[in-house]
Design a protein. Sequence first.
Length: 245
Amino acid sequence: MGNYYLGGYLLLHCLPGNYPDSPLDGKPLLTCSTCFNDSLLDDWSYCWSGFDKNDPYDAWVTIREHLASVYSLDDITWERLSGWVNEKYETGNVGWPALFMDAATAIEYKQTFFPQLNDCYLLALYIDGNDAQRFIDSWRPQNDMEGMPGIHRKLSAFQPEQALFNETLLGYDIAGLDIDGGFHTSHCHSSLHDELCQRFALTLNSHGLYDALDDWQPVVDYMNNDKTVCEPIPWGIVKIKQVIF
């Protein structure tokens, strides 16, 4: 595998996970998949999305109740937030549904609407060139009105990875790109970890990510094989860096 290209930034609220009998017990999974962490930018953030605040967050509370309880996000602040996001979407600084196109916009968003919130991570996503092209090609609009998800738009710029002083490498994620622009990960299938370890000697580091391999291509081929038990979506390797601010 060769060059990596910037896929954008995720601003995640991460809490210690419950992983009994695992070295990761009590630690957050710093994966690009929001299956495990809350994204502070999501479909509920857009004023034009038609999102219903009373949709269920889980079996116990609605999205409105969850955001009010965990993030102190009342209706007035939510209205301000959605107006801000709409403006940044129009200027191309955010992309549907959860992607910031640049770190400065993500930092402004955090400091404006969630200034006191701890356990937040701003993750920079860098995607291998071959996988980036696979992700770009996966977008199939259903009609002329459907906009391109943020990850496809960002990757289409093919912005090469740079060595930035405020970014720290955390590890590598094995991620599958969903139709809406979000990600699944190998963590979504716990049985895969044993298989990946046996086949490719892959083990998880303290962030719940993988350390570097000399050749990721056999892993990518395995994840994209129809016989592998995972979502039938394009899979690739995402280098995860934490932006320090």
